[in-house]
Design a protein around this ligand. Structure first.
Ligand code: AMP
Length: 289
């Protein structure tokens, strides 16, 4: 595995891989790897032959009050884990490599950046889209691998790649979970033991909602109410939002139909956890309450 820090080194290493006739699968990350990150690397390696991973905690996607300063980092451990996944290139740029002083250009994916998490994190997806566009231009991959865990991020980046004609495929892979169902996240280390014990209720609530839909519930409001109640009953978490939207456009739904994304964000203390499920709803039925 080559560890590179500059764009020039990265481009040279990518070129050497291409000369051997291999495709490039790219996994952008903020590091502090868990099994979710590793699953993306394994998939990239398997499907493309070569895997490039970036680690960059992007300051432009954190609001001033958010956790940029305390975001967990462990480059040595990350590099050992990446090596075990047979990652070919680990790209770890510094702030001045990504954002030189002269930097002025931003990417705003309208509309779908404003709903769900975007409502509460203004500027977040602008920061994400901007850094990922830059990383794509640096790494020039054939395929980019993203996690379903960050459903809105995946939707925003897919739209950006299509709108700006990035010559690549975007693959969104399933959320990897702890045994008790909690979605793996670098931020889970912030949870106290009490919060950690309550956190699996999020996924449990989503699954109970899925069961209700499978039994015929088609009212978005009914499902949202049900999930909110379940979380409030079993945890001390503070709900930021629970939403049922179209999985592709992220547009709001009143009646559940098509590919439905149920997404939520809940604070446990100062830790904000997100989770989601996608539920295919075949035939619209009568609304039941
Ligand atoms: P992050 O380092 O949190 O920015 O995540 C880097 C990539 O890993 C993003 O595409 C995430 O969606 C993905 N990811 C994060 N957590 C998980 C998970 N539990 N399962 C699958 N992918 C994940």
């Amino acid at each position: 595995m080559r560890v590179v820090k500059t764009i020039k080194q990265l481009r040279r290493a990518v070129k050497a891989i291409r000369l051997k006739g291999r495709k490039i699968g790219f996994v952008p990350t903020m590091g502090y790897f868990h099994a979710g990150h590793l699953s993306l690397m394994a998939k990239a390696k398997r499907e493309c032959g070569a895997c490039v991973v970036s680690i960059y905690v992007n300051p432009k996607q954190f609001a001033p009050h958010e956790d940029l300063g305390r975001y967990p980092r462990d480059l040595r451990r990350d590099s050992t884990l990446a090596e075990k996944e047979n990652v070919d290139i680990l790209f770890i740029p510094s702030d001045n490599v990504v954002y030189p002083k002269s930097f002025l250009t931003y990417i705003d994916v309208e509309k779908i950046s404003r709903t769900l998490c975007g409502q509460y994190r203004p500027g977040h997806f602008r920061g994400v889209a901007t850094v990922v566009a830059k990383l794509l231009n640096m790494a020039t991959p054939d395929v980019m691998y993203l996690g379903q865990k960050d459903a809105q991020q995946a939707a925003v980046l897919k739209t950006m790649a299509a709108d700006l004609d990035f010559p690549l495929t975007v693959r969104v892979m399933p959320t990897v979970r702890e045994k008790d169902g909690l979605a793996m996240s670098s931020r889970n280390v912030y949870l106290t033991a009490r919060e950690r014990a309550q956190a699996p209720v999020l996924y449990r609530s989503l699954n109970l909602a899925r069961a209700r839909i499978q039994k015929g519930e088609r009212s978005a409001a009914g499902i949202i109410r049900f999930i909110r109640k379940n979380i409030a009953r079993h945890t001390e978490g503070k709900i930021q939002y629970v939403a049922c939207v179209d999985a592709d456009t992220l547009g709001p739904l009143k009646i559940l139909k098509g590919r439905v994304l149920i997404a939520l964000s809940v604070f446990f203390g100062s830790t904000r956890l997100i989770d989601n499920v996608i539920i295919p709803v075949k035939k619209p039925r009568e609304v039941q309450n």
